[in-house]
Design a protein around this ligand. Structure first.
Ligand code: DGJ
Length: 728
């Protein structure tokens, strides 16, 4: 039993293999948060909360004679608003009488076997694990608003999920202005925050800062989870390292506008509130209606490595779905950086032929294959193959590629439309644009209003049509601009604050229907690279193109940051040309291969132009990747170098689940003259097992982990090395 209710103390205890989470219904019915951390046993942690009279923190009416009781200093599971808790709130609403306050008190709870689901939203699923669900119902009687707090406890995975359902139990409309997924309190401790900021071509850069007094806000209002702020944050002990120290992960499973607020208050207590961003959000909750928030995936672990392992495991096994979940991902060749829009059948076939010869398994035709798509000014929305570029049509091209023994994949960007397209000319009101205002343009395109049923249906029919007509086994689903001008002509003015979230409900429903109808198709997410790299997207796309930056030295940092939350099988990574098209940097083919191999592997360059030596090297890379993919995708990943080492080198390692084989990777980011040797300690091996290192010598696991391995004279043009460590 991972969830227990103790009637005598009115405590609810959630337990996973290594953690305990405790809450308590107090004498006024408030749901107090008591503890989340290392496993404790049955202790009632409420003894810790000695309450003082804090003067300016007021008291609920029933406690007017007990000035030590205040919502403003109490750790809570979900907050009330407007009634004396002045910190960041998890919910905010205005009622029909204009009042803007509600205090939520315990009404009921239930404990169920299995994992709850959230209507219309992706959520972590039970994959045959030991999972229980707790639902606690809170109510504000005057406003007649109920909140159901959902907790999913994945015992073996050390994962707790959370979500909320807000119910209008009254007869009048309630306008939700903020509806977060959860509130998590860390009443004691000194914390650093690690968050993942970035930009196009440089996503998920970890930044570690101590929490100051006040509110840290991590937000995306770009209509996408964004290149700028990933919906994932870690709070860790000031002295936490990869190996030790309390670390808490908060990952929002949502792909649209999000906000995480972390408040360190006047008493050094920390509150984390996360969910859909409340900026411009306003949801009309009719009498009897429910609003469901997206899910949050929480974990607590000793050290950052364990935290990452918990996320890697849950995403790989309980988020990603479908046939490709744990299957070999086809090694692909994508033509984008080889041809850009300048596609001809001749060029494509030349690349495909060479690719087949080298061991590639799938050809992916990127942007530019459809009518009027000679640059980014026109064509999006129509999705009719360009027979000038492809004289035998898309079907003819696919047949030729299939006849070579290659599978075929296709790029689409369904959510977008160019003004210069038949779709826009016929349905200008299908694009998100504000009335009487010229829209913001980005890459010359507009975003379709997916909150409209007609748009949803059009996209379902169009994508289904392509997948039914052609032998396509992979789709790269791109999204190349942020969403602005959020206005839907299908909704009245009072409900425009719903459009951003309705967009994502519709997008998720579209993905749900398509993945169910076409289970053999592998979907790869993409948003100008990794602008929508989140757990919500991973529920439908087993892999996501990690970044438009294919330079291996930049990629090291991007993939390093990504690895804190997401497993390598989800990371689309390709070998591209040198000099690199984004940075102009020249790097050896070996280095490009070593870096791309740490993801879902492919190529993105004109293979038909390579020398015989390069082709031989690629053949060997593909062979090696296929052999090592089960370890890279299914094993444990260890970050062996820190951000501070990256000015010289980066090292990381994969270990197979049975610890019988490991792969150590090292890439020099800045060759140094006459430097000290680079010394790394391996991780995750069996101490008393003997391993062969690259077939050159044999050594105990304990020696490699405690004594380490030294790399001498790492000089030259960004050299890379791999150590293949095999148990004998
Ligand atoms: C952005 C993607 O990230 C690229 O890989 C490529 O598909 C282009 N879009 C095509 O327009």
């Amino acid at each position: 039993m991972s969830i227990r209710y103790i009637e005598s103390s009115k405590q609810i205890i959630l337990e996973t293999a290594d953690t305990t989470y405790q809450m308590k219904i107090d004498e006024l019915g408030y749901l107090q948060h008591l503890y989340y951390g290392k496993k404790l046993g049955q202790n009632d942690m409420s003894y810790q909360f000695r309450i003082y009279d804090h003067g300016f923190s007021g008291n609920p009416y029933e406690m007017r004679d007990n000035r030590a009781y205040s919502l403003d200093s109490m750790a809570q599971e979900y907050t009330s608003f407007g009634v004396g808790d002045f910190r960041v709130t998890s919910i905010y609403a205005s009622c029909s009488d204009g009042s803007r306050c509600a205090e939520f008190r315990y009404a009921a709870h239930e404990i169920l076997d299995g994992k709850y689901t959230i209507p219309g939203l992706p959520s972590v699923y039970d994959n045959g694990d030991t999972v229980q669900t707790l639902i606690v119902t809170l109510i504000d009687k005057p406003a007649n608003i109920k909140i159901k707090l959902y907790y999913g406890v994945f015992e073996e995975l050390d994962i707790i999920t959370r979500a909320a359902e807000i119910i209008n139990a009254g007869n009048e409309i309630v306008w939700l202005r903020k509806a977060c997924s959860m509130c998590l309190e860390l009443p004691f401790g000194k914390w650093d925050m690690i968050h993942f900021h970035g930009r196009h071509c440089m996503e998920r850069q970890p930044e570690r800062v101590p929490l100051f007094h006040g509110i840290h806000t991590l937000v995306s209002g770009r209509g996408m989870s964004s290149h700028q702020h990933n919906p994932f944050v870690i709070l860790c002990d000031r002295d936490a390292t990869e190996d030790n120290g309390a670390c808490y992960g908060v990952m929002l499973m949502y792909s649209g506008n999000h906000k995480t607020e972390i408040e360190r208050d006047q008493f050094d207590s920390v509150r984390i509130v996360t969910g859909i961003s409340d900026d411009r959000f306003r949801w009309e909750l009719a009498s009897g209606a429910s609003f469901y928030t997206p899910e949050v995936i929480l974990t607590c672990a000793d050290g950052l490595t364990n935290l990452s392992h918990n996320y890697h495991r849950v995403i790989r096994n309980n988020v990603v779905r479908g046939e490709y979940k744990l299957m070999h991902r086809p090694v692909l060749i994508n033509n984008w950086e080889a041809t850009y829009f300048d596609i001809t059948e001749e060029k494509v076939l030349a690349i495909a032929e060479k690719a087949k010869e080298l061991g590639v398994e799938m050809f992916v035709l990127d942007d530019g294959w459809f009518k009027n798509r000679n640059d980014d000014n026109a064509g999006l929305g129509d999705w009719i193959p360009d027979t000038e570029k492809l004289p035998d049509g898309l079907g003819g091209l696919i047949e030729k590629i299939n006849n070579m023994g290659l599978r075929f994949g296709l790029w689409i960007e369904p959510e977008m439309v160019n003004e210069d397209s038949d779709l826009y000319r016929t349905h200008p009101d299908w694009a998100l644009t504000a009335p009487n205002r010229a829209p913001m343009m980005a890459r010359n395109q507009l975003v379709l209003d997916l909150s409209r049923k007609e748009v949803h249906d059009y996209l379902f029919d169009t994508i289904s049509g392509l997948l039914e007509k052609y032998n396509i086994t992979y789709i790269k689903w791109d999204f190349n601009r942020p969403i602005s001008d959020v206005y839907s002509y299908a909704f009245p003015s009072s409900r425009q604050g719903e459009v951003s979230h309705r967009y994502y409900l519709s997008l998720y429903a579209l993905y749900e229907k398509l993945t169910a109808k076409f289970p053999h198709v592998l979907f790869e997410g993409c948003a100008g690279g990794g602008g929508r790299f989140d757990a919500g997207m991973l529920y439908y796309n087993p892999q996501i193109w990690c970044s438009d930056n294919t330079d291996p030295i930049s990629r090291l940092k991007i993939q390093y940051g990504t690895s804190f939350g997401y497993p390598s099988c989800t990371v689309g990574a390709h070998v591209s040309a040198s000099p690199n098209h984004q940075t102009g940097r020249k790097t050896p083919l070996n280095t490009r291969g070593v870096v791309a191999m740490s993801g879902s592997f492919g190529y993105e360059l004109d293979l038909s132009q390579l020398s015989d030596e390069e082709c031989d090297e690629i053949k060997n890379q593909i062979k090696k990747y296929k052999e090592l993919e089960p370890i890279i995708h299914g094993g444990r990943m260890y970050r062996l170098s820190q951000k501070s080492d990256a000015t010289h080198y980066m090292a990381w390692q994969f270990v197979s689940p049975d610890q019988s084989r490991a792969l150590l990777n090292i890439v020099v980011t800045n060759p140094l003259a006459n430097s000290a040797p680079v010394h790394v300690k391996l991780k995750g091996l069996i101490p008393d097992a003997t391993y062969s290192v690259n077939g050159e010598f044999e050594v105990l696991g304990s020696a490699l982990m405690k004594g380490g391995y030294t790399f001498q004279r790492l000089i030259g043009d960004y050299p890379a090395m791999q150590l293949d460590i095999v148990r004998i």
